[in-house]
Design a binder for this molecule. Structure first.
Ligand SMILES: Nc1ncnc2c1ncn2[C@@H]1O[C@H](COP(=O)(O)OP(=O)(O)O)[C@@H](O)[C@H]1O
Ligand SMILES: [Mg+2]
Length: 405
């Protein structure tokens, strides 16, 4: 059954369109709406397979409603209807995210065919996406990893603060718990962790492991750097071309080896879903997804969360964190939660001055400015992630890691 939502401001038109589909056995008119505002609300509740919407409506028109719906519900394709077949309207409809355009009046056959076509295209789009993701083989686990945790820090957008958070989070967890923590720069082309920690990848990086062949415990150990903050660090290659030498499988093996010898492995991932990032995400226990209070980032985070669902990642595996959470330009945390349909797990304030200062000095702010709000927020995130682990494992010796302080 194809679940359809019909949106038109004229009640007679809604009835007429519903009747046109009355004889279609695999199409079900699951709901109707009389305005753009109502369409958004009903669509969010109903999650229809196809939305048919009039472009001209008083108040919020079809284009404005389509823009919002196609952002919030990218899996509910929209067919736009109009009494004029003007190119200008067509363009507006398409740029708002509509997948087809129907000019009134149209026959019942034209109507149902359009709905079926749009629905089938959407289904095959989803199948293709799932197929691309399924090609990534599942990682094999090493035996003695115990309850050691891999935490991947990800965002679909560059500049979201992955490197900043991953680095400070690694130091925070080490400082809070005394745990053995290894920070991995998986941004193989443009790794920044060396800059943040004042380390030169030319001296030692993942490339040096590759040159020694398959990664065994000894090879991996020899390329990891002991940093003055107490954490251990595996740097990305010193130049972008080095990235080509590190295959997704190699990166995965490295992370698995590091897991065997560290309580926490924090991986700074590049933006984008690739074999490299998905390989690490598969084996990760937790994926920290960073978002900003900004529309395109939120949209892409929502798309990523849909992929995470398709990959059948446990919901608790994905942790949503808003970075620069106090720089809302009209967007509130609650709006993000409504848009991605998940609660936010943590927030981190904006402090550009301190962030930049820390990078320039090559000293993480959790070390140089332990009393800052920024540090406090990262510490809370560290507690959430590391504390949770201890509680989830239910091991007496790990309980109250934070309480001991
Ligand atoms: N909470 C924050 N407040 C202010 N600036 C931040 C914050 N987090 C990150 N930044 C700054 O944003 C920029 C991008 O951060 P970075 O960690 O390099 O992002 P990514 O690794 O996701 O590309 C950097 O200049 C960094 O100092
Ligand atoms: Mg980065």
């Amino acid at each position: 059954m194809i679940k359809v939502l019909i949106v038109d401001d004229i009640p007679e038109t809604r009835d007429h369109l519903t009747k046109l589909l009355g004889l279609e056995r695999e199409i079900d008119v699951a709901g109707t709406a009389g305005s753009g505002e109502e369409a958004i609300q009903v669509a969010m509740d109903l999650r229809p397979d196809v939305i048919v919407m009039d472009i001209n409506m008083p108040g919020m028109d079809g284009v404005a409603a389509a823009e919002i719906i196609s952002q919030r519900l990218p899996t509910s394709p929209i067919i736009m209807m109009s009494v004029h077949g003007e190119a200008e309207q067509l363009k507006r409809a398409i740029s708002a995210g509509a997948r087809e355009f129907l000019v009134k009046p149209f026959s019942g056959d034209e109507f149902s065919e359009s709905i079926r076509r749009v629905y089938e295209r959407e289904v095959s789009r989803r199948v293709q996406l799932a197929g691309e993701i399924a090609q990534t083989p599942a990682p094999t686990k090493l035996s003695d990893e115990g309850d050691h945790q891999v935490i991947a820090v990800f965002s679909p957008k560059g500049g979201a603060g992955r490197t900043t958070i991953a680095t400070n989070l690694a130091v925070a967890i080490h400082r809070e718990t005394g745990a053995r923590v290894c920070l991995v720069d998986a941004n193989l082309q443009f790794g920044d962790i060396g800059v943040l920690l004042n380390l030169n990848p030319k001296n030692q990086s993942i490339i040096d492991a590759v040159e020694r062949g398959e990664p065994d415990g000894e090879v991996v150990d020899s390329v990891v750097i002991d940093h003055s903050t107490g954490i251990r660090v595996l740097l990305a290659p010193p130049a972008p071309e080095g990235a080509d030498l590190v295959t997704p499988a190699y990166l995965r093996k490295i992370v698995e080896h590091l897991r065997a010898t560290h309580d926490f492995v924090i991986v700074d991932l590049p933006a984008g879903l690739t074999d490299h990032t998905l390989g690490v995400m598969d084996l990760a226990d937790t994926i920290v997804v960073l978002t900003a209070l900004e529309i395109t980032t939120i949209k892409n985070v929502r798309l990523f969360l849909e992929v995470a669902d398709q990959l059948e990642y446990n919901r608790a595996k994905v942790r949503l964190v808003v970075n620069r959470a106090d720089t809302a330009q009209g967007i509130r945390i609650a709006d993000v939660e409504a848009s991605v349909r998940r609660p936010i797990d943590a927030t981190i304030v904006s402090d550009g001055r301190l962030s930049v200062l820390a990078v320039n000095r090559g000293v993480p702010f959790v070390v140089s400015h332990p009393e800052s709000v920024l540090t406090r927020d990262v510490m809370s995130l560290a507690k959430l992630l590391a504390g949770e682990t201890a509680a989830a494992q239910d091991k007496p010796n790990k309980r109250g890691l934070f309480a001991r302080r």
